[in-house]
Design a binder for this molecule. Structure first.
Ligand code: TYD
Length: 207
């Protein structure tokens, strides 16, 4: 089972995924927790180019193509082997990030960005996607309070992140079976419990 997590900056995704990972392991599932670029050396190198704050002249299509290339390498090296080994894969960001950030945020169009990602993903879509929804205003203020050094996308204006959020909500409307919108303005425990209920239901159904 392939599960992805999406959300804006400071949505708490990483902490929530870690909590779900630990719970699924305790329940006896074989689980892989990964994030793009997920330890793939090549994907990592590509991401460094994308996120480098010095690359401010990067064209939006270059950005979208590089994300797709990085995604493919991670899919081939990490995700596919794990799915073939029967693992539950929890992945922090996947295709929908490109649809929301590049397709809607950068205005390239959801269909167009989907098209280039079809080459990258061979049409491999998650079974379930959780979009942790939070007002960018709240998420960005959480980041400012943390130690994290902002990358090129963090540095975009709040209006960009508002557009990305609209993009995610639009995607959830387009793919209601796959994408679940989760209220991110709650404690990690509440959010994780909410998501776990969906996952368990699906795991039982697939057995
Ligand atoms: P990431 O390293 O996953 O950081 P975080 O989830 O902690 O914000 O992503 C870095 C940035 O790249 C983030 O602002 C989202 C953006 N992004 C895209 O614009 N398109 C994509 O396809 C992906 C995967 C990420």
């Amino acid at each position: 089972m392939f599960i992805t997590f999406e959300g804006g900056e400071g949505s708490g995704k990483t902490t929530i995924i870690e909590s779900l990972y630990q719970d699924l392991l305790k329940m006896g599932y074989k689980v892989l927790k990964t994030r793009e670029p997920g330890g793939s050396r090549i994907s990592e190198a590509i991401r460094k180019i994308i996120l480098n704050v010095r690359n401010s002249e990067m064209d939006a299509w270059t950005e979208a193509l590089l994300y797709a290339a990085s995604r493919r390498q991670h899919l081939i090296e990490v995700i596919k082997p794990a799915l073939e080994a029967g693992k539950v894969v929890l992945c922090d960001r996947y295709l929908d990030s490109s649809l929301a950030y590049q397709g809607v945020g950068r205005g390239l169009g959801i269909d167009e960005v989907l098209k280039i990602n079809q080459y990258a993903t061979e049409g491999i879509l998650p079974d379930l996607t959780f979009y942790i929804d939070l007002k960018p205003e709240i998420g960005l203020s959480r980041i400012k309070r943390s130690e994290r050094i902002p990358d090129r996308l963090d540095l975009e204006k709040e209006a960009f992140h508002d557009t990305v959020r609209e993009g995610y909500l639009k995607l959830a409307g387009l793919f209601p079976e796959r994408i679940k919108v989760i209220d991110g303005n709650r404690s990690v425990e509440e959010i994780a419990a909410d998501i776990m209920a969906f996952i368990i239901k699906d795991l039982r159904r697939m057995r």
